[in-house]
Design a protein around this ligand. Structure first.
Ligand SMILES: Cc1ncc(COP(=O)(O)O)c(C=O)c1O
Length: 432
């Protein structure tokens, strides 16, 4: 077994696992046999538990939006919507996925610094709230609404002056491509107010992902409320909607802390106790990460200069984060020998590599993983967020893995796996 976090995840999230990893009530060896590897497997029960836990902690006055970017699969979004989540979308495509999942347009919010004309038209058609990130975008939104003969629902995304502490990837503070600088917020709000086809509903902020410090997160929320009060004073009317962002941290490395959801929930409820507005958070990773497993099989084992290499059938083109993309220090993701959890740990080093012809396609490997053998299954846990769609799936033309949703002892294919001929999809020779 690889690492303490992997052990914790097994007992907390996959308690039926004894000798092998069991998702819901289904063994991963059966899933691998039936659907092939590599594949992504998601557990419906964990998704239901996560959305219920978040809603309970934040209280009924806070709406929860699922940030589809973490896992843009309609079946996952549908399940979370059934659990009470709306959607935070980042493209026209994600609006369509969320609609497919049954989320009404008026329960969606759209953030992103470069929304184009086609995306604005789709958003306006569905009545999606646009979290506007610049004055230039505000003008484009107004123009699109005039052209569409409609009113745009708008909130202004605020770039706070000082960065939130505790976010591993900061996306705010100082000069940033995201949001409107707090210093000019009132002025932009007055401009929005003067536009005939824009209805300014409120403010939005998103400080960064992998936030483990709930105090830092709450400080950013407090800041947003102060900004709302200043804008209200300036406009002479109340705002109706505040979105505090997301980014609640999920441990992926052994030393990562747990995000204190209860404390964040209590703190947020205190902050909004006097407010009449509608309040939102938009969470990706926290809702879906621990529900997902990336399941691979060892194709070959070899020795090179005294080091053992196990080559998996999955790689960085399907799970870039587990190969270290986006991190400065490459540390092992929680991983287990899924078909023999009870295998003895080994002192000798075993390197897990993917099938791609690049040295980057190596998974930082947990110490003591053991002498992994050809044919056995290796599973990457905590892989339900920023997995397949965060990866360079077109690189080297491998078929994409299927995505499976396990619900107790049922399994659904929620994204079909690809075929080798997909590498040619959409390609044309000149003259064709
Ligand atoms: C605007 C916005 N909202 C929500 C999210 C989701 O963040 P997380 O998955 O960390 O909760 C992101 C992630 O980048 C984001 O940029």
């Amino acid at each position: 077994m690889g690492g303490n976090l992997a052990g914790r995840l097994l007992s907390r999230r996959f308690p039926k696992s004894e000798r092998e990893l069991v998702v819901g009530s289904l063994s991963t060896s059966m899933l691998a046999e039936r659907f092939g590897t590599p594949c992504y497997v998601f557990d419906a029960a964990i998704l239901r538990e996560r959305i219920a836990a978040v809603r309970a902690a934040l209280g009924e006055r806070v709406g929860v939006l699922f940030a589809l970017k973490a896992n843009p699969n309609a079946a996952i979004a549908q399940l979370l919507h059934q659990g009470g989540a709306g959607a935070e979308v980042a493209s026209g495509g994600e609006i369509l996925i969320a609609r497919r999942a049954g989320v009404p347009g008026d329960q969606m919010q759209f953030a992103g610094p470069g929304k184009d004309a086609e995306e604005l038209a789709i958003a306006l058609e569905h009545g999606v709230l646009l979290n506007v990130e610049s004055l230039a975008e505000l003008r484009a939104v107004n123009a699109a609404a005039v052209e569409g003969g409609t009113q745009a629902r708008v909130a202004l995304r605020v770039n706070p002056p000082a960065s939130l502490t505790g976010s591993r990837m900061r996306m705010s503070g100082g000069s940033a491509k995201f949001g409107i600088d707090a210093e000019v917020l009132e002025e932009v709000a007055r401009t929005a107010e003067s536009m005939d086809s824009v209805r300014l509903e409120g403010l939005h902020t998103y400080a960064g992902t992998q936030t483990f410090d709930h105090e830092g997160w709450l400080a950013n929320a407090r800041f947003l409320i102060e900004q709302a009060e200043a804008v209200e004073a300036s406009l002479g009317r109340p705002l109706t909607s505040l979105n505090f962002g997301g980014g609640f941290g999920v441990p992926v490395f052994d030393k990562d802390a747990e995000f204190d959801l209860e404390a964040a929930g209590r703190g947020l409820q205190e902050l909004i106790a006097e407010s009449e507005r509608r309040h939102f958070v938009e969470l990706g990773r926290y809702l879906v990460a621990e529900a997902g497993v990336y399941l691979t099989r060892v194709t070959y084992v070899k020795e090179s200069h005294g080091k053992r290499f196990a080559i998996l059938d999955g790689g960085m083109h399907q799970h870039a984060a587990a190969a270290g993309m986006g991190t400065v220090i490459r540390r092992p993701f929680p991983m287990v020998r899924a078909s023999q959890l009870d295998a003895a740990p080994s002192e000798s080093e075993c390197v897990l590599g993917g099938p791609l012809c690049t040295p980057a396609d190596v998974f930082p490997t947990a110490a003591g993983l053991g002498d992994v053998a050809a044919g056995e299954l290796v599973a990457f846990l905590s892989s339900g967020a920023y997995g397949l769609t965060f990866s360079n799936v077109l690189f080297l033309g491998h078929p994409t893995p299927p995505e499976l949703l396990v619900d107790g002892d049922d399994v659904h294919v929620i994204r079909e796996g690809g075929r080798p001929e997909d590498a040619l999809r959409g390609q044309r020779l000149p003259g064709e």
